[in-house]
Design a protein around this ligand. Structure first.
Ligand code: UD2
Length: 323
């Protein structure tokens, strides 16, 4: 089968490409390398037809989609604070870009499009866990754009008969997540700080919680959603079904690093929600999804990876460290 992965050089996209390659599938990637990196596809580039272009370029998306059986649409601006600072750009990529990917998928006659939706669609409603039947109520520009993408999918299913599935990923983490940007996911940022001997920064009191989901679970759910029967038009949570606070993650990271984190606490971030935890019964039922790698195991694997990728360089750049 031929798969087009938008954002295939990103953190989640490269995980999907790696698994597709392992399964012997034909892989096309479209990525403008704005946040993705070719190095994420190290050892895989000869297995991939690579289109360096933005999803906002309709012709380029059309060329990449030609002949595809499945489209996995991950390309996006994926940061709440960046969306607060740059709502127009976030909208152009996440909403207009998604619309163009949908048009290209429709015109290419693909079997199904699977979309990376987000837990941010739920907003800050106090009810936990978040279940798909709850009304969406995003509280950041990012959440609005990701939820708008879901609405477009449903309209394309209804109006044009395009099969679609929206997967609401909950705080994905794992190897290859970019740690070095102020917009990076919190666990990647915490790990890099610990490796560099710097203080991790916590926005708020650290008692906010997330359903942190290890990348392998997300890859499994996403590929399952391409081929499962009876899921077209659905919105499904992809998560672990549990949650941990940032303070708890710091305690586990202290054990892994073998030293105190000495976190610095700052003002809460605009657009942030407090707690997030998914009900994953629907994905279990419809996809046979099971989060095989739990949070602690995922964190251990991720720490090992950052240690091997960034550990030495970080130690060398640390003031007063003799190597
Ligand atoms: C949102 C979505 C997630 C995904 C992601 C894409 C929710 C619940 N989650 O993640 O599903 O779509 O966006 O980027 O909406 N923080 C710190 N220190 C740091 C960095 C972050 O304390 O150095 C805090 C941050 O204020 C927040 C928490 O950590 O309370 C998680 O932040 P994040 O940026 O990792 O992810 P989040 O929840 O915005």
């Amino acid at each position: 089968m031929r798969y087009l992965v938008t954002g295939g050089a990103g953190f989640i996209g490269s995980g999907i490409v790696r698994e597709l390659a392992r399964r012997g599938e034909t892989i096309v990637v479209i990525d403008d390398l704005s946040t993705g990196k070719e190095s994420n596809l190290k050892g895989l580039l000869d297995r991939v037809e690579f289109h360096r272009a933005s999803i906002t370029d309709l012709e380029a998306v059309g060329r990449a989609a030609r002949g595809a059986d499945f489209v996995i649409h991950l390309a996006a601006r994926t940061s709440v604070p960046r969306s607060v600072e740059e709502p127009l750009e976030t909208n152009a990529i996440n909403v207009e870009g998604t619309l163009k990917v949908l048009l290209a998928a429709r015109d290419a006659g693909v079997r199904r499009l699977v979309y990376a939706a987000s837990s941010s669609a739920y907003g800050d409603q106090p009810t936990l866990p978040k279940v798909e039947t709850m009304a969406a109520a995003p509280i950041s520009p990012y959440g609005v754009t990701k939820f708008t993408g879901e609405l477009y999918l449903q309209v394309f299913t209804r109006v044009y008969g395009l099969e679609t599935v929206a997967l609401r990923y909950f705080n994905v983490f794992g190897p290859r997540q970019e740690p070095g940007s102020p917009y990076s996911g919190v666990l990647a940022r915490f790990m890099l700080a610990l490796l560099r001997g710097e203080q991790p920064v916590v926005f708020g009191d650290g008692e906010q919680s997330r359903d942190f989901t290890y990348i392998d679970n997300v890859v499994e759910a996403t590929l399952g959603a391409c081929t499962a029967a009876g899921v077209s038009g659905r919105v499904l949570n992809v998560a672990t079904g549990s949650r941990v606070t940032l303070n708890e993650t710091l305690r586990i990271l202290e054990r892994l690093a073998g030293r105190p984190a000495q976190a610095r606490y700052e003002r809460p971030r605009a657009g942030d929600i407090l707690h997030s935890q998914a009900d994953i019964a629907l994905a279990r039922k419809l996809l046979g999804y099971e989060p095989r790698v739990n949070f602690e195991e995922g964190l251990r694997r991720t720490w090992e990876w950052y240690l091997s990728e960034y550990g030495r360089a970080a130690a060398e750049s640390r003031p007063g460290t003799a190597m």
